[in-house]
Design a protein around this ligand. Sequence first.
Ligand code: SF4
Length: 325
Amino acid sequence: MTDNPSTLLTVQNLKKHFKIRRGFPKSVTYSVKAVDGVSFDIYAKEAFGLAGESGCGKSTVGRCILRLIEPDAGQVALAETDVLGLDKKGLRKMRKKMQIIFQDPYSSLNPRRTIGQTLAEPMRVHRLCPKREIPERVKGLLKNVGLSENAVNKYPHEFSGGQRQRVGIARALLFNPKLIVADEAVSALDVSIQMQILQLLQELKETHGLSYLFISHDLAVVRHFCQRVAIMYLGKFVELGTVSQIFDDPLHPYTTTLRNASPIPDPEIEQHFSQLKGEVPSPISPPQGCHFHPRCPKEKLVCSRQAPVWTELEDGRGVACHLYT
Ligand code: SF4
């Protein structure tokens, strides 16, 4: 985080509830609160992590910000532009400033097109540069992400997973975005390749002035790459703070257990592993009060009756837990 960070993205009280039908022959409609009122800022040139177990709603947050899924309520502002209030034309323009990198770039690449064709088409459609300059721009992009010029004529299946992710990053960079949502961008890669891609993302952050919403279930990766992080559980934030606050001195019992379950690759540090008891409750009928109370080692009487409110603490972090309110 910079000393005087300027805010790039502001998200306030974002909500996305999905309706699902269950049962036969009489079906009942349930509401799944995938995202239930999350608020945060991302500073310019910051990597902001969003972590939590699978199904906690973190990917839905990223997609709602980009309006790949329309949120039900809340506000999203990118450099003071109201993203949720934009019409189709305005949204198309705004999307150039916000791009996404997926976990599996293979499924988002057309197998019948060479990488050169894949990267050139948006340049042509959006008239990013004169036609004759497109081949050079494509080569420049590939070079930026560490791929050789030969990649232009290759098809997606000819690349390794790491190389395909580099193509995904090149595609995200096409429009010189300000913010990239990296949704489990390195989760499917081997550890050695993960480090290469993280290093590339870090270099691009510095050279292109990028900010990231870095979504991952892998706490070690979040700790390595991000400056601040929010921990999510069943659609809500339970704790938000700097990486050192969250990983060195977690407050929320869920953050503590997650941290303790994640190995630290340092032989000097003695680690006490702990396991979360029980399964993640069904988001169709989350527990009353604090959603975490059936699994919490520090549960109090009030926890099953009343949901904790979000509290900003003096050290700048936020937490939702009755132990701190
Ligand atoms: Fe545990 Fe209660 Fe805090 Fe929830 S509110 S995390 S149950 S102590």
